[in-house]
Design a protein around this ligand. Sequence first.
Ligand code: CO
Length: 154
Amino acid sequence: MALRDIVKDGDPILRKKCREVDKFDGKLAKLLDDMHETMKHADGVGLAGPQVGIARRLAVVEVGETYLEMVNPKIVACSGSQIGQEACLSVPGKSCMVERPMNVTVRYKDRRGMEKQGEYSGLTARACCHEIDHLDGVLFYDNEYKGGYRKVNN
Ligand code: CO
């Protein structure tokens, strides 16, 4: 495993719509391992492909005991709502409030190409939404929640 450089806001790759992963090989496994290590090293709860310079639809999320590797992820159902503070390893020094669903059902493939589906809530749901947004070139502050809350930190 190896640490990868984290791409910072301003790099056009963060605004790209990423392409699906179609090869489930050793290179993908190494990329996911590197992303996990890079995310932990940076003390994050999620990291998406474009954040390490790979414009492909994949992301890792780790909240507490839950570690997810999501390839070609899709939110297929959601319910409820939560408003909370978000930040991003690619946008150092910024944070703001973002509204997200409280519960999401995510369909994705694992590193071997096996179809998976999981239900997540709270911070894990928030992290899944944040990372899947990255795959469409969306950054958290694009969705800043302003209604009824004072802006935080910027
Ligand atoms: Co992010």
